[in-house]
Design a protein around this ligand. Structure first.
Ligand SMILES: Cc1cc2nc3c(=O)[nH]c(=O)nc-3n(C[C@H](O)[C@H](O)[C@H](O)COP(=O)(O)OP(=O)(O)OC[C@H]3O[C@@H](n4cnc5c(N)ncnc54)[C@H](O)[C@@H]3O)c2cc1C
Length: 434
């Protein structure tokens, strides 16, 4: 049987990580991507750098590792933190393409105009009129991916990104809460300055496009933090780019011959600062899901369930993290922007306290040897998808043994001292009384 042709739409971090993962499994992969149309800078944490390394995106990693001092002005408290790295999205996206080419992925530069799909395959027409055919399609066009349906949508939000040129200086970033939203700002070493305000679509009075630069300039002038950080450069004229930053969870994230990854599957509120992290997370599991859909048709339903459940779980986790960060702003509960976001998506805590009696051993899909397979895992209210093993040691036999009356010493017999201490530590964290 000939190898299926896999085509990925969108060469952002999610598309790139999926492509390289598929190459590692021996698949031939093509990726088609249009260049980002605006200059942007984004802040990422250490976890993103680890994710990029893990995904084999080493050139992109070099572009992301620019450390910047960081200020947080939230709930009336100003803090100096030293934890953000800044990335210039245009350089970062170019580096992603270099990584793709190095990995042997065919990179086609172009804009996708139309996609026709059926059970046998996909026909993708580009702006140039060129037509690409594929048996399997990965949708990774980020927020621009057409959405058939959404399962969950956060309060409608818009972000206005201002860019202007100032004098070169030490890079920094800062975040500040406002009465009707919040602002993120940064300066790169070459003097490019960014200020991005995120607002509620229905309650804010954002003017039409021609008035946006003046509206934003006025708002920048109202911020003492902007004046302090950018100094004389703060009032330079800026270009403004408006984009939606509403949190969106896509309805269905897979079919038998297609998969959504990254922002195309779930786009989080930029407040969480985790967009690239979550897009890499969904992409890192994608190759095993696609491998199963293509090579083990009998496990397709399981693979699809696995992908959907993980996307939904990740989305809800970040949505709740965002909610709790908004909720820290105690003085602003009466403002529509804050009231909506402090209550969305629900009132469930991010973590549920551990109770050993609530642990259950059940079958769930897991990734084993690059396929999705069923395995016995331990689920709890805090880990509804289940935990399969801890550094290679399966947990289900241990929990099952304890629940059926076996002694802990007996269950740990034969394990190394390091494993025993790791397993005792894990059990203690689950509320095991002994
Ligand atoms: C206002 C805002 C601020 C953000 N700030 C941060 C931040 O500070 N830190 C952070 O980690 N994340 C941030 N994010 C989120 C982050 O940008 C995304 O989560 C991440 O880039 C998603 O990766 P992706 O690969 O899924 O999609 P993208 O990075 O969006 O990549 C999709 C690619 O597909 C291409 N494409 C789109 N349509 C077509 C088409 N028709 N044909 C061909 N190609 C196409 C695009 O050009 C792009 O290259 C922010 C998001 C927003 C909206």
């Amino acid at each position: 049987m000939s190898e299926p042709r896999i085509l990925i739409l969108g060469a952002g971090p999610a598309g790139a990580a999926t492509a390289i993962g598929l190459r590692r499994l021996g698949y031939a992969v093509d990726i088609v991507g249009d260049w980002r149309r605006f200059d942007a800078v984004e802040g990422v944490s250490q976890r993103v750098l680890e994710g990029l390394r893990h995904a084999g995106l080493s050139r992109a990693l070099e572009q992301a590792a620019v450390p910047a001092r960081r200020r947080v002005h939230w709930n009336g408290v100003s803090q100096q933190l030293n934890q953000e790295c800044l990335l210039d999205r245009q350089l970062f996206d170019r580096a992603l393409r270099d990584d793709l080419r190095d990995a042997g992925v065919e990179v086609i530069e172009g804009r996708v105009r139309e996609v026709d799909s059926d059970a046998h395959g996909h026909r993708v027409r580009l702006d140039t009129g060129e037509v690409l055919l594929a048996e399997f399609l990965v949708e990774a066009r980020g927020r621009q991916a057409p959405l058939a349906s959404n399962r969950l949508r956060g309060p409608e939000s818009v972000s206005l990104l201002n860019l202007w040129q100032g004098a070169p200086g030490e890079p920094f970033s800062a975040v500040e809460s406002l009465q009707d939203g919040w602002a993120w700002m940064a300066r790169l070493a070459d003097g490019r300055c960014y200020w991005q305000v995120s607002l509620d679509v229905s309650s804010s009075r954002v003017p039409a496009k021609p008035q946006l630069p003046e509206y934003c300039a006025q708002r920048r002038r109202q911020s003492a933090l902007v004046a302090e950080l950018f100094g004389a450069d703060a009032w330079q004229p800026a270009t403004v780019h408006a984009r939606s930053s509403t949190a969106i969870l896509a309805g269905e994230c897979s079919g038998d011959n297609w998969l959504r990854v990254g922002d195309a599957a779930m786009a989080v509120d930029p407040l969480s600062g985790n967009g690239i992290f979550q897009s890499l997370s969904s992409a890192l599991q994608a190759p095993a899901v696609i491998n199963t859909l293509l090579r083990r048709p009998e496990q397709r339903a399981l693979a699809r369930r696995f992908h959907q459940a993980r996307i939904e779980q990740l989305f809800l986790r970040f949505a709740r993290i965002g909610r709790d960060f908004y909720a820290q702003e105690q003085d602003k509960v009466a403002q529509p922007f804050w009231a909506q976001r402090q209550a969305w998506p629900d009132q469930q805590p991010i973590h549920v306290p551990s109770d050993f009696r609530q642990l259950q051993v059940v079958q769930r899909p897991v990734v084993r040897d690059a396929f999705i397979e069923p395995a016995e895992v331990v689920v709890s209210p805090d880990q509804p998808l289940g935990v399969w093993h801890l550094q290679g040691v399966p947990l289900a036999p241990l929990v099952h043994g304890l629940q059926t009356g076996q002694g802990l010493d007996e269950l740990l017999r034969g394990r190394s001292a390091t494993e025993q201490s790791m397993l005792r530590g894990w059990l203690a964290a689950q509320g095991y009384p002994g």
